[in-house]
Structure formats: structure tokens, C-alpha cells
Design a protein around this ligand. Structure first.
Ligand code: GRF
Length: 202
């Protein structure tokens, strides 16, 4: 299976996926890591691991439609079976998302459907929840919605700052994202009624 990973920055989730794929010998390869920012740190890690990289600079496009069309062309040149959004900080248009329906995953740092959007850790602190976490979900046209594949929870502790919470959540992200991608490349995921993800036993 060909996996294309999209990043915008640090790329620690991308790194966790690459390391798990290498260590566990998944039936898959990372065909490319693509960033909308030329200075995304994660590009260096990908290059060091011999993974092809590409940059589609979002700020050079006049509209969302033009950017998404260009991005789609670059992604498709790598013939992906799966597109993985890993800290990709762009809202994607409906035609783009529909083109990859059922083969595009995202990780969001909250227990969806709670706290979609940005600053999720601060949102969780402001709401006073005692548990927080991360979700891997199939991407649909509605931002941070779509069928959930796997979630991980962490406690919210007294005195937590958004940064402390984000670090605790990130540790879990690095476990559940590789797990979800592995299930996909092993053909163990299917979607029912565009809502429910079924995980098949081996
Ligand atoms: C992660 O917390 C991810 O859930 C969110 O953005 C962050 C990206 O981190 N969407 P990284 O680039 O994978 O290190």
C-alpha cells in the first residue's frame, strides 16, 4: 500500500508512523511526505529516511480551490492508497475530500466530537473536563467530523497548562495514529453508512 503523508510543521506524528512501519514491517511504504510549508521541520526527517518529499506552498495560491487542485495533482502522482493528514493545518474543500473518500485519515487532539477546531487543549481546560485525548478519524467535508477509528484518553490534572496537556496527549497520538494506519493498510477497516468504522479481526 502506498501512503502519502501531509504535514505543515514538526511532523512528530509522521515520524511515529514511519518508525512503526519500519519496525513492524507493515505491508506498506511511505510514497511521499508533502508539506504546504517549505520550512516544515518534518521534511528533514523524511529526507533522512529516504522518503520523497514535495512542497505545495499554500500561500502562493489565490484561492482554496486552486491550492487543493494543485495539491491533489501532486498527491496523485504518488498513487496513494491512503492519505494521512498529520498536523496538516489547512481546511480542505469538499471536492478534495470527496476525491479521497474512505482513504484519508486525520488526527485531532481532542476526544471528538468534543472540541473541534483549534486550541483544543485550552478548550478542554476552559470546559473543565477531567479527561481529554486524541482521535483518529476518516476525513469528511465537515471539519473534524467523520467516522472515528480510534481514540486515546489522558487525565486532566490539577494545575495543567495547555502545553502540559498537549504533551500528555501527544504521547498517545504517537501510539494511536500508527495503530490506525496499520489497521488500514492491513485491510482491517471498513466504514458503514459513512458513520461507523468496523475493525476486522485478523
Ligand atoms: C498534533 O497535535 C495533531 O493532533 C494536530 O497538530 C499536531 C501536529 O503535531 N493536528 P506534529 O506535526 O505531528 O508533531
Amino acid at each position: 500500500k502506498n501512503i502519502v503523508i501531509l504535514i505543515s510543521g514538526r511532523g512528530s506524528n509522521m515520524e511515529a508512523i514511519v518508525r512503526a512501519l519500519e519496525a513492524e514491517k507493515w505491508p506498506a511504504r511511505i510514497a511521499a511526505v508533502i508539506s504546504n510549508k517549505a520550512d516544515a521541520k518534518g521534511l528533514l526527517f523524511a529526507q533522512e529516511h529516504g522518503i520523497p518529499t514535495a512542497v505545495v506552498p499554500s500561500k502562493q495560491f489565490a484561492s482554496r480551490d486552486e491550492f487543493d487542485a494543485a495539491l491533489r495533482e501532486v498527491i496523485d502522482s504518488f498513487a496513494p492508497n491512503l492519505v494521512v493528514l498529520a498536523g496538516f493545518m489547512r481546511i480542505l474543500t469538499a471536492p478534495f475530500v470527496e476525491h479521497y473518500a474512505g482513504r484519508i485519515l486525520n488526527i485531532h487532539p481532542s476526544l471528538l466530537p468534543l472540541f473541534p477546531g483549534l486550541a483544543t487543549h485550552q478548550q478542554a481546560l476552559d470546559a473543565g473536563v477531567v479527561e481529554h485525548g486524541a482521535s483518529v478519524h476518516f476525513v469528511t467535508a465537515q471539519l473534524d467530523h467523520g467516522p472515528i477509528v480510534v481514540q486515546a484518553t489522558v487525565p486532566v490534572l490539577p494545575g495543567d497548562t495547555a502545553e502540559m496537556l498537549s504533551e500528555r496527549v501527544l504521547v498517545e497520538e504517537h501510539k494511536i495514529y500508527p495503530l490506525a494506519v496499520r489497521l488500514f493498510v492491513e485491510d482491517r477497516l471498513s466504514i458503514k453508512d459513512d458513520e461507523v468504522v468496523i475493525v476486522h479481526a485478523v
